[in-house]
Design a protein around this ligand. Structure first.
Ligand code: BGC
Length: 250
């Protein structure tokens, strides 16, 4: 089945049409700069613009950078606070006239990487962490997602984890890869204690720099860089939409 996958990020809203059985993009990715402020109305307009750009009709999946509960944004750590309490799924579906399904952005990347990327259909527990401005998480067992784990917001070292070892913290505090890597390792060790995953997958910009900090990591499970790069969220969101459509038609 074909579906349009969208990834709502801090600087760009990106989309592509995806063949959800192969995970391949059916054509180019298109990016529109994220409107500022990224209020619900403005973002909804951008989603409509993207759908029109592809001249697309059909199911749409959208990865969203917040805690999502049944389509509603419950938090807004790094996005416009106006989103809290807004049912993004209803809003996007109403303005576009298409069935739009919304899930957390890291959850979308987790689905993408597990089916078609670093996870490659692996069984067992996998924990994907996207490291950027914040830390996003996706926890899957045998490829099945436990949604909205938000492990970047877990209490850690007297604050929340993403304020200890996100990529934004590394930049802001001018940490060397060595120093940041040691911090990140402490967080991974804690995650391993909690979930004993059989693999960690690391997404976000730092995944391209793994050779700089890999030697700092002491967890037992393999730590793999995401392989779908910036397409994981788009592919995963499209798969999520296709799955939801199939469930609906049952
Ligand atoms: C948000 C998560 C999101 C992550 C990555 C965090 O600040 O709370 O919902 O997945 O950033 O965008």
């Amino acid at each position: 089945m074909e579906a349009l996958g969208i990834d709502f990020g801090g600087s760009g809203i990106k989309g592509a049409i995806v063949d959800t059985t192969t995970g391949r993009l059916l054509g180019e990715r298109h990016r529109i700069p994220t409107p500022q402020p990224a209020s619900p109305e403005k973002v909804a307009e951008t989603i409509v613009q993207l759908i029109r750009y592809f001249n697309y009709q059909g199911p749409v999946g959208c990865g969203f950078p917040a805690l999502i509960n049944n389509g509603t944004a419950m938090t807004a750590s790094n996005i416009d606070k106006g989103w809290i309490g807004v049912n993004a799924e209803e809003l996007f579906s109403k303005v576009s006239g298409m069935p739009v399904y919304v899930l957390n952005d890291a959850d979308a990347a987790g689905i993408g990487e597990l089916r078609f990327g670093a996870g490659n259909g692996a069984r067992g527990v996998a924990l994907l962490l996207t490291i950027g401005t914040g830390i996003g998480s996706a926890l899957l067992n045998d490829g099945v997602l436990l949604p909205s784990t938000e492990l970047g917001h877990i209490e850690f070292k007297g604050d929340i984890a993403e304020r200890y070892c996100s990529d934004a913290v590394r930049e802001r505090e001018g940490l060397s890869w060595e120093k940041w890597g040691k911090r990140f390792d402490k967080y991974l060790v804690y995650m391993e204690k909690l979930f004993s995953p059989s693999m960690f997958i690391i997404g976000g910009g730092v995944s391209k720099k793994m050779d700089q900090f890999k030697h700092c990591l002491t967890v037992k499970a393999p730590v793999l860089p995401a392989t779908l790069r910036n397409q994981a969220g788009i592919i995963g969101a499209a798969c999520y939409a296709a799955d939801k459509e199939k469930q609906k038609s049952r």
